[in-house]
Design a protein around this ligand. Sequence first.
Ligand code: CTP
Length: 400
Amino acid sequence: MTFWSGRRVVLGVTGGIACYKSCMLARRLVEAGARVDVVLTRAAAEFVRPVTFEALTGRPVLTSLWEPGGALSHVRLGEGADVVVVAPATAHLIARMAQGIADDLLTTLLLATPAPILLAPAMNDEMFAADTTRANLAGLAARGVATVGPEIGALAEGPSERPGRMSEPASIMLAAERLLASTGSRLAGRRVVVTGGPTREPLDPVRVMTNRSSGRMGIALAEAAWARGAIVRLILGPGALAPHAGIEVERVETTAEMGAAVGRRLPQTDVLVMAAAPADYRTDDIAAVKRPRTGGTLHLSLAPTDDILAGTRSLRKPGAVIVGFALETGDALEKGRAKLAAKGLDLIVVNDALEPGAGFEVDTNRVVLLGSDGSSQTLALAGKREIADGILDAVETRLG
Ligand code: CTP
């Protein structure tokens, strides 16, 4: 079961070059369990033929009020939808919508639907910056229409430093989820800090000590909390992965930097989830120049880094929910319980690095949640996003 299982999505596609990415969006929604009805504008059908979307969604695709099935479809489709997503939303579509113009199937449906609407604008950067477009979007926002993006990045006409590029399908899905899920969540509007990834400690200007954490669990938690409507800051150690663009990310390098970043945020934080694997050791003996390998055996004295979680005790906002992780190799529950108490946590997520499918560098996890109230809950092997949702469910029951 995913969030999308059994949900009904109307995907409106307008005629911008970004509509090649709408095929991927339709496919991902279907794979996640949604029923997807695609409505193409006439211009969109010039870019991608309806048959492509029919094959991807397994459902008829509508392009006109005048074709068989089109006459009342604007009302029927719009009424039955959980959400209407328009991706890409061109400047022209946004302008028509802002004025209430209903001159084709998609704009008629948008005017008639009671379902929440999410637009993923995509256009030339000058067109997006134009006063008219800004005013149209502001007017729509005031009427409750949500948008995702556009983002800065390459446009069809070349590189750009300004927004215009349509958000990626994963970001659009997450934004749609936030639109639908946040009203029912206790995390909506709460400040959540998640840490993720490893940290690394320098040995000399080119060498570091670190660990195998990829950041996947922290990113999944940040995205899951964001989808529930939280105000999320992800404090992320070095690594190639990054979350969806709507999430505020603060990059850090060392354990001390991560500790300082957490400390700055903590007094206003409702939920802290320490999913990071901070480097446990550091050296004071950092060489100013690269140490030659040929210099013979290297002896370094390593000191433990500061415990970030334990150090947060005096900074915690009253009522805040503090979650730690314990990745162990053997006697995991016992060690987890000890860390729960030692670090003053409300919840600790325990897993065994030696179990297949759990731990670092994999997409799945199997964990046990131990609570300071003595509770214990096992989350079966699942994708990191599903595990993240299980953890956040447990957090929500503890939020005042
Ligand atoms: N943690 C932390 N500061 C550190 C190291 C770890 O806040 N310097 C946090 C981790 O993010 C995690 C929890 O503490 O949420 C447990 O991490 P773990 O590495 O298992 O704990 P350690 O205290 O380092 O214990 P160990 O002696 O087993 O390494």
